[in-house]
Ligand binder design. Structure first.
Ligand SMILES: [Zn+2]
Length: 1022
């Protein structure tokens, strides 16, 4: 029996060592939970381990910000100081790749004693043109275009530099994992709190005269700045709203060394930073900004920030890194990174070079945050080694000039992609190989999924990413395994049935995976005939395990992608499962059982797959319990994805069918990377110890990703191993080495730079509440599996209590009554409450086990922006949409209604409200909804005429209809998963689902937001 759980990215398991693929770092697959270097960690704060002191526990998750960045509290930047460091890198006007600014580059006078090789006049940035738009995989041509034609790729002269070490051949250290302590939690469960809460104010040191307010608190203005201790006021920069004007330009280089004087200048500022404005949560009600919450901007100089990585791909829970672990521990906030490394980007500089410049010591890729000591030497920003600038790097292919290494695209872009030379391969890049494994049992045929799948693949077969080498194959299964001979020359596909499922073999190994171009007609014939082939089957058994073994054998020689479609609990042969769900206990049980796998069969197979560069994606379409907690392991450890369509039926559930179709289209046509590895590096002194997402950890910091896709998110936890005393900034770099579907070896590199701060106030000021919430969600998933759901829930509550308590005790010097939070964390308790009410963690409500497990998977795997919608949905009023403040995209006007609080208080019977919960949207129609909306948008004459099951907005030729559809489709366009839309009335069966997302309201089993705040306050004042 496996001890595997969500707690570790690997857990235990056995599998063969890696013998194939781009990297050879065979590491025993026996990895305990958590991964760390071979040194002892300082204990990091881990709310998931609540009051137990121990090694850092498991956790995590990736992130990305919401799209529009509305005006709102933003961190500003330190003004550059006049003093100059030794040899800063000359400033260059450059367009940041992700967040264009409107302000022109500043005219910066050259300081004396500054390295200024051929310094260009300020003006348009070097022609950093984007590569292909997201429509197609960037850089899909075999040979890079000449530099002149388009700056997509820069050719470069050859160099005599010794070959760089491949990314995959760095010395990897197998390390002991941390032992997750599952110690007792502090008794913070608030199930028993209601009574206490009903009475008067709880006793507490700081709780003098807080008003006893009914829910629907008064709106009070923020406390005046004078309520802050003067020291605190002086402690930080003004975090002004909107674009910050350029301050006194200090000089050309934003090199890290320059920050010191900047920091000094900072302390002269006296106004209160918005992020630290004290908010009394019990009094201030309107906490949500009108538009989705933007990612905070790190407190860096404008120059550094302009070069920084987009928060859409790289985000940190604390945008100001504490100088020591003890400061971090005091803050009681988790430190970690959230990544979306393979995100579809509209701008991606691609460099072709025979020499990829990396630090000789730590193998970091040269990046915008290194410093040039002179024209010939650069200093690594991760390990501080001084490296030589290779001759080739002296030539700038952008300006076609010599002697400007600081202007190379590699030092101008925090996100960049290299086309890798041959030393980054241990075997020739594999072709794109796609194997489809299809359930054709009676149950499967009943759902009608097979014809949707076959039609979808027929429609998109020419859009599958790949080249002339692309291969495809098909396996179907019920109680036996069916192979399809698609060899060129056959007049029709040949079905080969293997009934010995105990000892599976491949009947004709060479003709089952075929070249798509050469055999396209046979493939199309097969797809047309498959649905009919099994139309009348009465076979109910499912030998999924054997089918997976067969598929693994077929893909092993090349690697590739296995897409598995399953509609029931596998009940025959290896990997057979039994139902573990007791529907009667769904609502009543305080703790949920069976969140961990029932067998390690799927995990072991996944590790075998990972070793052979095979990723398994699972599509689960079922009305019945399928034990996703067990089946999901096949994707989780092989870096695959899980899709789940509960109650899928081609007739009874049109919304799911539409979702399945849309998801399939994206799935089949989206970009894909094969035989990938990802390594995350950080500045010396910081240490990465736990990863979250779908992958296998091959060594300390090397993730094995047989496939990588643009919709996958990752997260890591960090601790501070050595004090960062002398550092003004630290950097993080993620390097993803993969084979494109065109057979190119590529490396995508993201580098993020963040300031180091020493005071607790500064740490709080830099808190990224969404990133923190996303990371905690991952940690709580692990905790639910390794310990219990109630422990995880307590731990999440404790996270809010601990951090606010610490803020109150250590960062606030003038005490005042109330439940106080810095403005940047004002949403933290709301998000924690939202997590407690999320499908993954809720109690007291009937939640199907598979749906809960799927929600847990989603929280760990989705990029942050999407996970946040699952946690705290966005609510909009739609019946009064106007063009005021609308976006204009491709000549379409997209209205931007404000985001409303999740409370029925905000609903009105006269209105229509859209709730966007990530994978699902609800459009609730009030009983007295305006006639205008009913007729002009829904095309019905009255409320009573709104159909019971409506999932499509009719296309009416009215301004109202166009506005509404434009808004809804704009929301959908921005995410990888297609959210289904349910238009509901008061009588609708789905109304309870809609109301369950009203997080601020009280339910039978859960506190209202106001009650939750009182509970927190009570705990904090203890
Ligand atoms: Zn280095």
């Amino acid at each position: 029996m496996s001890t595997a759980g969500f707690n570790s990215q690997n857990g235990t398991g056995t599998g063969q060592t890696y013998t194939n693929g781009p990297s050879q770092n065979p590491v025993a697959l026996q990895q305990p939970p958590g991964v760390g270097y071979g040194v002892n960690h300082q204990p990091a704060y881990n709310p998931m381990q609540a009051k137990v002191l121990g090694p850092p526990g498991p956790t995590v998750y990736p992130s990305g910000p919401y799209q529009p960045v509305p005006p709102g509290p933003q961190l500003g930047s330190y003004p550059p100081a006049p003093a100059q460091p030794l040899l800063p890198r000359p400033q260059i006007g450059i367009l940041p790749s992700h967040t264009p600014r409107t302000a022109p580059p500043p005219m910066i006078p050259l300081p004396p004693h500054t390295y200024q090789p051929n310094r260009p006049a300020y003006g348009p940035p070097p022609t950093m043109k984007p590569t292909a738009p997201p429509a197609g995989p960037p850089g899909t041509t075999g040979t890079p275009p000449p530099p002149k034609a388009d700056a997509q790729c820069w050719g470069a002269a050859s160099s005599a530099r010794p070959p760089a070490e491949p990314d995959t051949q760095e010395g990897d250290v197998e390390c002991p994992g941390d032992v997750a302590g599952n110690g007792p939690q502090a008794p913070n469960s608030y199930n028993h709190v209601d009574n206490r809460m009903a009475g008067a104010a709880p006793p507490g040191r700081h709780l003098g005269h807080y008003p006893s307010l009914p829910p629907g608190y008064q709106n009070t203005s923020a406390p005046p700045p004078s309520s802050l201790h003067p020291a605190l006021q002086a402690a930080t920069q003004p975090y002004t709203q909107g674009p910050q004007p350029y301050q006194q330009p200090g000089g050309p280089g934003p090199g890290p060394a320059q920050l010191s004087p900047s920091m000094a200048a900072m302390s002269l500022q006296s106004s209160t930073p918005e992020a630290l404005r004290v908010v009394n949560l019990l009094q201030e009600r309107n906490l949500l900004p009108p538009a989705p919450v933007p990612a905070p901007t790190p407190c860096l100089t404008q120059d550094l920030q302009k070069l920084n990585c987009s928060p859409e791909v790289f985000r940190c829970t604390l945008t100001s890194i504490p100088q020591t672990q003890s400061v971090l521990n005091k803050a009681k906030l988790p430190l970690g990174l959230l990544l979306h490394p393979f995100k579809d980007l509209s701008q991606l500089p691609v460099v072709t070079s025979s020499t990829i410049v990396r630090c000789r010591s730590c193998r970091t890729y040269i990046n915008p945050f290194v410093s040039f000591l002179d024209q010939r030497r650069w200093k690594c920003n991760l390990c501080y080694r001084v490296n030589d600038v290779p001759e080739e790097f002296m030539y700038n292919p952008v300006s076609r000039s010599y002697g400007e290494p600081h202007k190379r695209p590699e030092v101008q872009n925090a996100t960049i992609e290299f086309i890798a030379p041959s030393e980054y391969m241990l075997r020739p890049p594999q072709p794109a190989v796609y194997l489809f494994v299809l359930d054709v049992s009676h149950n499967a045929v009943e759902t009608g999924y097979l014809s949707v799948f076959c039609q979808s693949l027929l429609d998109n077969i020419s859009a599958l990413p790949g080249d002339s080498r692309t291969k495809v194959g098909f396996i179907t299964f019920d109680s036996t395994i069916h192979f399809y001979n698609l060899q060129e020359g056959l007049s029709q596909p040949q079905m080969l049935i293997v009934s010995d499922i105990e000892d599976i073999f491949l009947p004709t190994p060479d003709s089952l995976l075929v070249n798509l171009n050469e055999c396209k007609e046979l493939v199309q014939d097969l797809l047309k005939s498959l649905p009919n082939l099994f139309e009348k089957t009465m076979e109910t058994q499912s030998a999924l395990g054997s089918a997976l073994q067969a598929a693994f054998k077929l893909l092993s020689p090349t690697g590739g992608r296995m897409s598995v479609f399953q509609t029931q609990l596998p009940n025959l042969g290896v990997g057979a499962l039994q139902s573990r769900e007791d529907p009667n206990q769904r609502a009543s049980a305080k703790d949920v059982q069976h969140l961990s796998p029932a067998t390690d069969f799927y995990k072991k197979l996944a590790l075998d797959c990972s070793g052979q560069q095979v990723a398994v994606d699972l599509f689960l379409l079922s009305a019945q319990y399928c034990d996703l907690a067990t089946l999901g392991c096949i994707s989780r450890y092989s870096a695959g994805s899980v899709y789940y369509y509960p109650s899928y039926h081609h007739q009874h559930n049109p919304a799911q069918v539409e979702r399945f179709q849309r998801d399939l289209k994206r799935y089949l046509t989206r970009k894909i990377g094969f035989e990938a590895v990802m390594r995350i590096r950080c500045t010396k002194g910081l240490s990465i110890h736990t990863f979250h997402g779908n992958f296998f950890v091959r060594s300390t910091d090397l993730l094995s990703l047989p496939n990588v896709n643009p919709d996958a998110g990752f997260a890591v936890q960090m601790s501070i191993e050595e004090n960062l005393d002398d550092m003004q900034v630290v950097s993080f770099q993620a390097a993803l080495l993969y084979t494109s579907s065109k057979g190119e070896r590529r490396i995508r590199v993201h580098t993020m730079c963040l300031p180091v701060v020493s005071s607790l106030s500064d740490v709080f000021a830099g808190a990224d509440v969404q990133a923190i919430t996303g990371l905690l969600a991952c940690m709580a998933v692990d905790r639910s599996v390794t310990s219990s759901l109630s422990d995880a829930r307590d731990a999440m509550t404790n996270a809010a209590i601990d951090s606010l308590s610490s803020y109150r005790q250590s960062a606030l010097t003038i005490q005042q009554p109330g439940l106080l939070a810095p403005a940047c964390l004002r949403l933290f308790p709301l998000y924690i409450l939202a997590l407690l009410k999320q499908k993954a963690f809720r109690t007291g409500t009937s939640t199907r086990l598979d749906e809960r497990v799927f929600a847990m998977y989603q929280l760990k795997y989705q990029p942050l922006a999407f996970a946040m919608l699952m946690i705290h949905p966005a609510l909009y009023r739609l019946d009064d949409l106007s063009d005021e403040g609308a976006l204009n995209i491709s000549e379409r006007t997209i209205p931007q209604p404000r985001v409303l609080q999740l409370s029925v208080e905000k609903l009105s019977r006269e209105g229509a409200f859209l709730m966007d919960a990530g994978l699902v949207m609800y459009l609730w129609i009030g009983r007295n909804c305006h006639q205008n909306f009913l007729s002009q948008v829904l095309g019905v004459s009255s409320y009573a005429a709104v159909p019971e099951k409506l999932s499509l907005l009719p296309e009416l030729d009215t301004a109202e209809s166009q506005r509404t559809r434009a808004f809804v489709s704009w929301l959908r366009d921005q995410r990888p998963f297609f959210p289904s839309l349910h238009i509901i009335r008061d009588e609708s069966q789905l109304k309870p689902h809609f109301l369950q997302n009203m997080i601020e309201d009280r339910t039978e089993s859960a506190l209202s937001y106001y009650e939750f705040l009182l509970h927190l306050q009570q705990q904090i004042s203890k």
